[in-house]
Structure formats: structure tokens, C-alpha cells
Write a protein that binds this ligand. Structure first.
Ligand SMILES: [Zn+2]
Length: 153
């Protein structure tokens, strides 16, 4: 058997069961980019009994916020979150897909009122999981979004 281990963290967040290839999107949501000082380890396209292939992200010293969790749920609806304190898992849970998100997605419809700089409207989407995929639709114009990661603000 081929076992891959990535370094343990002392305090921080482990995000597991990310769809294969989406770890970089998760890092982006967490605000981690080139030049960031966080200690991050990640694995992409590792074998998973449940998913075939998956990505894992571990971030030292970072405790994830609810807003970050909502964003991650949109692109990784099966992700599990482990909060690690002093090398022990202090909390473990699955992300849950929010039913509504405000200000997190941009509407792809250029003519939508939520894209009009003269209007004070904050973007608002209803969200649903369909066969394991996340679908969001704009409450203002009804536009459906299937590839939500492209429209994350
Ligand atoms: Zn819209």
C-alpha cells in the first residue's frame, strides 16, 4: 500500500476531503498566497476510499472563520475540518453548505442589479447541492451558477 503522510501540525486547521485539484482554491479562500508567512502543508490527488482522489490542506496557527467555512463548503461540499490544538484534534466536523450566501459570490449576469455600481445591492444567492455538486442561483435575476469557484468574491 502506498501511504502518504504530511507533517502533523501543533495548532491549526486541517481541511480534508477536498475534491482533487481544488486545494489551491481552498488556499486562496484562506488568504494564503505567494509571500504568505503561514506554514502550510498540502497534498493533491491522494488516494481516498470515499472519493477516489482528494486534496488535503493543513495550516499551522490558523483557526478557520465561519465565513471561510461557507466559502469552502461552496467548492468542497464534502470537506471535513479538524481543529488541532497541541497536536490533538479538538474538534472535527463536516462543512455544511449554507442555504443562502451574501456578498460571497458575484453574479455572472452583467446586467444583474447586484453588479450595478450605482445600486447598493449586495449579491445574494440561494445554494443547493445537486448530486454532489453545488449550484447557486441569484435571488435578483435567477441566474444559475454551476462553477461557483469562478465567481467567489
Ligand atoms: Zn444576478
Amino acid at each position: 500500500m502506498n501511504v502518504l503522510t504530511i507533517s502533523k501540525i501543533r495548532d491549526g486547521t486541517v481541511i480534508d476531503h477536498i475534491p482533487a485539484g481544488k486545494a489551491l482554491e481552498v488556499l486562496k479562500i484562506l488568504g494564503i498566497k505567494s509571500g504568505s508567512r503561514e506554514r502550510v502543508s498540502m497534498a493533491m490527488n491522494v488516494e481516498s476510499k470515499k472519493m477516489g482522489r482528494k486534496d488535503i490542506v493543513k495550516v499551522e496557527g490558523k483557526f478557520i472563520s465561519d465565513e471561510e467555512l461557507n466559502r469552502i463548503a461552496l467548492i468542497a461540499p464534502k470537506a471535513t475540518i479538524n481543529i488541532v490544538k497541541d497536536f490533538e484534534i479538538s474538534r472535527k466536523f463536516r462543512v455544511s453548505i449554507p442555504q443562502r450566501v451574501e456578498g460571497i459570490l458575484r453574479c455572472p449576469n452583467q446586467n444583474c442589479i447586484s453588479n450595478d455600481p450605482k445600486e447598493p445591492a449586495t449579491s445574494e444567492f440561494r445554494v443547493e447541492e445537486l448530486n454532489g455538486d453545488v449550484v447557486a442561483w441569484c435571488v435578483f435575476c435567477g441566474k444559475k451558477v454551476y462553477d461557483v469557484e469562478k465567481y467567489l468574491v
